[in-house]
Each structure stands twice: as structure tokens, then as C-alpha cells.
Design a protein around this ligand. Sequence first.
Ligand code: FES
Length: 362
Amino acid sequence: MDLATPPPDLYGRPGPDRFLRRLTAFSDWYTPILGAPGLRRSPRRRAPRPAAPLTLAVTSRTMVSADVVELGLADPAAGPLPPWQPGARLLLTLPSGRERHYSLCGDPADRYGYRIAVRRIADGAGGSVEIHDQLHPGARLTVRRPRNGFAFCAEPAVLFLAGGIGVTPLLPMAREAERLGLDWRLVHAGRTAEALPYTAQLRALGPDRVELWADDRRGGPPDGAELLSRAPEGAAVYCCGPAPMLAAVQRALDASPARALHFERFGAAPIVDGRPFTLRLGAEGPELAVPADRSALDVARELRPDLPYSCHQGFCGTCKVNLLSGTPEHRDRRLTPEERAGGALLPCVSRAAEGETLVLDV
Ligand code: FES
């Protein structure tokens, strides 16, 4: 039995069954109150403490396309690693202190090694360049345990859509789809054929199921309808790529043979209903105008490039700052009501009403 794989739930989906878990918790708590004879109240379970981060060593380093490096990571004491499922990510703390998320792209059955792949972005914020230039075998990293916000549900028919390095979470999903005998297809799109990582592995996995799309040979990127035309009837679509690709797929979904869309975006989400507002950096600090189409974080980083960030999508919490005054529009998916009431703000996505001034404690 593969202990790394949780038992299927009531509907055959991987992962523990949420309904049974909630029913059990309800029963534990309320049965004594309802007066069931002979039963004593279970002690209330404490919320589990967050697991300690891991210290991992870089064990290998392989270029998997012109500008993508794959790193192998393992426990320096050669112990087993926490299990994961396709779609999971690691949060790495780099030697500089920068934090970055990367999807696991190896084999979940391998309990002794993780693999991630990183595209070098020369004009980015420095995380990918640091990884490419400084992480060699033997380097140690602090790594938070795998977390999964993009779980693979193993539907009978599946279309995977990858934009460039967005193939990394889809690679283990495609392996799993092939192992389970699902009807799957994968389109991997990028600017040039040389820029696409893992082409050989994908072709080996399903020569008739994988299509590579190089923009320079096809006259430009595929549109949403073109991508979704590869979907088997009733397929679930798993899409990971840049925001324009995802937006194109979302727009074309209703008119396609596909019936569901799961996605993971990299980079910032498009700003919806943004209004211009003002940001002040510190009580006496400079005031900056935030236009309707830019994030507060991007504007603040022009003066304060040291401000940390990672996901740029309001879920990792890396960019958290404290608000000294002003009324924000919270648009994140991370902060609790208590944290918001205490003044926490995620400026990568959160904004303010037109004319408002947010004063940040930075
Ligand atoms: S960068 Fe991740 S929440 Fe802001």
C-alpha cells in the first residue's frame, strides 16, 4: 500500500473525505451535550500547531531548457520527506531572505527527494537569478512543507494547458493521469521551442497526447478557443500559465467541449474595478499615486525595492504590512478578520476607494 497516497473519499476523489471529517468532529463535540447515555464528552482538540519548516540540501542541478534550471532537494540526513500530491507547492526561503513559491514537478512516490524548476527572469525581483547563480549542490535552504491549492481530482477526461514554466504542476498530474488510464491531453505553449522545459519527458509520457506550441513557429500564441478545442468532450481543464492565457481560457470555456476549469496563475492577477488612490510610506513618508491599473505593492516598490513579496496574488502573506491609517479594500485570500481588524494589509492585491489615502508602517 502506498502510504503517501491518502485513501479516496466517498466519491473516489483522492484525499481524506471532508464530509466524514466534519461529521466526526460534530459527533465528538455534540453527542455528550445531546445526552447520549454512557458517553462522555471528548476533550476538545487543540488546533494543530503549524509544522516546523524543513532544512533541505540541494542535491542536483540540471538545465531543462535554455533558461530553466531543475533543482533536486533532499533531507541532508537522508530521511523521508513529507508526502505531497500533484499540484503542491513549496515555499523556499533563499539565502538572501527572499521567499518564493515553486510547484513540485517530480514524482510524489519518491519520498526522499523533491524537484522544482525555476525560469531565470533577468529583469525580475531577483529570486530566480539568485537560484540560478547561487544554489549549487550542497547549498542549504529553509523550506515550508508542501501545500496544495491546485489539487488534481483525476476526472475521467482531462485537458492540461501549460504556459511555459507553468508546466511544472501539470507534469506530475499528467503522469498520474497516464498511470490511472484517464483520457488526457496536454498543450504546452511558449515563445520558442527552446524555451519549453520537459518536452522529452512529456513526449515520452504520451506521444499522441502532448502538443507543443511554439509561438515563433505558429505565428503567435494560441487563443482560448484554440486551446480548448483539444479538450475531450466533458473534460476538466487544468491550466497553469500567465494571466493573459488564463483569461483567454476563461473567456472561451462556455463555448468549448470542456465542463470545468481548475487553474493556477503565476504572476499578478489582473486588477478588476481598480480606482486610483494614494499611498503614504510611513507617517511622515512620501506620498505616491496608485493608478487604477497598478497594485499598491508595485508602486511602493519603486521607492522601496526591499519590500518583500512572493505570490503577488494575495495568498502567501509575504508582502504583509501594517496600516497606520486609511480605509482599505481587502482583496486577499489570506488574512483573518482579526488580522484585518488589527491593521494588517496585503498590498499586492488590496486597494482603497478613489481619493482615499492609505498610510503604511514601512
Ligand atoms: S505577495 Fe503573496 S500575499 Fe502579497
